[in-house]
Design a binder for this molecule. Structure first.
Ligand code: E4P
Length: 217
């Protein structure tokens, strides 16, 4: 399973990259705003800065919601850096644009996906990634992980190559469950990745090993 970090914070991206397990980054307009990145040129520069830190795919989201606007914006984003993946919302013109980008060989991430029908459309349009938002579904008492399982089943039924990118991951257990369900990718905050490290028996065991070493030296 690929690990993406869901942030526009350069320090956190560097920390995950230095851990040696990072496969990519996802961003969205809210995450950019959270880091105080505003203005067209600053936003574009920030995407390039992120690409220079990581080796993998970096999702950059379009703001336009009409076909021509999405295509124009997406092509400009894709020109920025070879690692850019154009993030397109699951709306009618978005689906048309994903098909267009797919025909042009431009990678896409279909975002704001909350149902199996939407995931099916994204795959039919040729999206590189589909992003079901599992945390936001859980927030409204709907089974986010169940959606991952359903998409896996349907994509496998028909051999769709669109990669399932479990998004809106909130914690380490989401990551583990997504791995069990066969999600291709997960994207979440640094805490959801670093949370996988922790086990009290590891800490207790290490403390004892070091204490025993000291006794003999
Ligand atoms: C996906 O690419 C989105 O950026 C993201 O995962 C949304 O997560 P949130 O629900 O924590 O905002």
């Amino acid at each position: 399973m690929k690990f993406f970090i869901d942030t526009a914070n350069l320090d956190q991206i560097k920390e995950a990259q230095e851990l040696g397990i990072l496969d990519g980054v996802t961003t969205n307009p809210s995450l950019m705003a959270k880091e105080g990145i505003t203005g067209h040129d600053n936003i574009l520069k920030h995407y390039v800065d992120i690409c220079e830190i990581v080796d993998g795919d970096v999702s950059a989201e379009v703001i336009a919601t009409d076909f021509e606007g999405i295509v124009k914006e997406g092509e400009a984003l894709a020109e920025l850096h070879p690692q850019i993946v154009v993030k397109v919302p699951m709306i009618k013109d978005g689906v048309k644009a994903i098909k267009y980008f797919s025909d042009q060989g431009i990678k896409t991430n279909c975002t704001l996906v909350f149902s199996l029908g939407q995931a099916l459309l994204a795959a039919k349009a040729g999206a590189t990634y589909v992003s079901p938002f599992i945390g936001r579904l859980d927030d409204i008492s709907t089974d986010g992980l169940g959606l991952i399982a359903d998409i896996r089943e349907v994509y496998d039924n028909y051999g769709f190559e669109t990669q399932i990118l479990a998004a809106s991951v909130r914690h380490a257990m989401h990551v583990i469950e997504c791995a069990k369900l066969g999600s291709d990718v997960m994207t979440g905050p640094l805490s959801s990745i670093v949370g996988l490290l922790k086990h009290p028996l590891t800490d207790i065991g290490l403390e004892k090993f070091l204490a025993d070493y000291k006794k003999g030296n």
